[in-house]
Design a protein around this ligand. Structure first.
Ligand SMILES: *Cc1c(COP(=O)(O)O)cnc(C)c1O
Ligand SMILES: [Zn+2]
Length: 411
């Protein structure tokens, strides 16, 4: 296994790796796993990682999990990176790709984090795993906990979770608790319960989730034949995934697998945009949004748990966070579905909405290599899709009726 430390991103304090830790015991800031990239690169090459199929565990030697630990996997990762010719034409750009994370086993990128996080839960000897969730985290955790034979308790905001996601958590046998409050309150409760009730927390403050999610960045570079995108658009909720991508790109660059890193443009929804506000006001402190609201429920977050990490990541990359209105997210969702055959949930269309906004404001070079991360599958949230669409028209089962609604023979 690669050498690594669990280190505070602010004061650098090193923490024990043989028990759970989610925040720095000295200053309270976030923790990250710092791996030895040179060693990881050497181990990857020695084991001919590039002959393995694309997946999270293709990069096993760069993931800090003991060699003896049983890996809990549903074959996550290895998602398509799709060249979008019709969107290129529509938007007037030259080199646009969508990384469609909706094809992961439970339909979102969360599976990349959970395969590593739940594997770590076994390594640490934990019996119960938990998370607060706007939906996809609980759907994913419930599946991996089932496979690992661990008890799973998930806290969701009552009445605010997309139908498909709720169905998944329930079907996989999680203990689903609906909090009479919003996501941010559920998150507070989970963090307090972790110590008191001995549950392993698998929200994105868990540094091992990030270790799984960073592999999406490695994967994009490999899919592009060893080059790195110039600009990457990604939705930002709690800010775990955007910081994971930045960590992945930086590590892959340090490992000499590619040269350079993209600038990362984090996209929030107008009604839940505390990180975008920090960039707009050039501030160093987050002001939480009390009652976040957006149709993109996966990023309906008012008090992002990973804000320090992701603000650093976006700044360091030369990017920023900004926000778009719900109408533009829904428009981007339709564009993806109708021009490219890709069906994302609303949050999974936020990245494209961000690119469209940047193009309008001339903030991105039209000839650059652009990747938009589409984070989750459209079937997660059928209600929003149906409410956007024209209902099926009822007709009599006759040729005459069919011909009438279709306006006669097609040429
Ligand atoms: C979790 C999630 C996000 C937000 O990711 P963060 O790590 O919280 O920033 C975006 N889109 C989808 C579909 C998600 O499930
Ligand atoms: Zn610290």
């Amino acid at each position: 296994m690669v050498s690594y430390e669990i280190r505070c991103i602010e004061c650098g304090q090193v923490h024990e790796t043989d028990r759970p830790a989610y925040a720095c015991s000295s200053c309270g800031d976030l923790l990250e796993a710092v791996i030895d990239e040179d060693e990881a690169a050497q181990l990857l090459e020695e084991n001919e990682y590039d002959s393995r199929p694309l997946s999270v565990w293709r990069y096993r030697e760069a993931i800090p999990v003991e060699e003896e630990t049983r890996v809990v996997s549903l074959m996550e990762g290895g998602t398509p990176l799709i060249r979008c010719r019709r969107l290129e034409e529509e938007l007037g750009v030259k080199n646009l790709w969508i990384k469609f994370e909706g094809t992961n086993p439970t339909g979102s990128f969360k599976d990349r984090g959970m395969t590593v996080g739940v594997t770590k839960a076994l390594e640490l000897g934990m019996k119960v795993v938990t998370c607060a969730s706007t939906g996809n985290t609980s759907a994913s955790l419930a599946a991996y906990a089932a496979l690992a034979d661990l008890d799973c308790v998930v806290l969701i905001p009552e009445g605010k979770i997309a139908l498909g996601k709720l169905a998944q958590a329930m079907m996989h046998g999680a203990d689903v608790l609906a909090i009479k409050g919003n996501f941010d309150q559920a998150m507070d409760l989970v963090m307090r319960a972790s110590d008191d009730l001995g549950m392993y927390v698998l929200n994105s403050v868990n540094p091992f989730r990030i270790e799984g999610q960073k592999t999406a960045a490695y994967e994009i570079c490999d899919q592009l034949g060893g080059t790195t995108p110039e600009v990457l658009y990604i939705p930002v909720g709690n800010g775990g995934n955007s910081s994971a991508y930045w960590k992945g790109f930086k590590e892959y660059d340090t490992m000499d697998m590619v040269s350079g890193c993209p600038s990362i443009r984090g996209v929030q929804a107008d009604g839940a945009a505390p990180i975008a506000a920090m960039f707009e006001e050039n501030s160093t402190e987050l002001t939480p949004v009390e009652t976040p609201d957006t149709v993109a429920t996966a990023i309906r977050i008012g008090n992002p748990a990973n804000w320090t990490k992701t603000v650093r990541a976006l700044r360091e990359s030369g990017g920023a966070a900004f926000s778009v209105p719900d109408e533009e997210i829904l428009e981007a969702q339709k564009f993806m579905a109708r021009l490219e055959g890709i069906f994302p949930e609303p949050a999974g269309a936020a990245a494209l909405a961000g690119l469209m906004r940047d193009l309008e404001e001339d903030l991105v070079d039209r000839s650059s290599l652009i990747v938009c991360v589409s984070t989750g599958h459209g079937l997660k949230d059928p209600d929003t899709a149906i409410s956007q669409s024209v209902r099926p028209r009822a007709i009599d089962p006759t040729m005459e009726a069919l011909s009438r609604v279709l306006g006669g023979p097609k040429e």
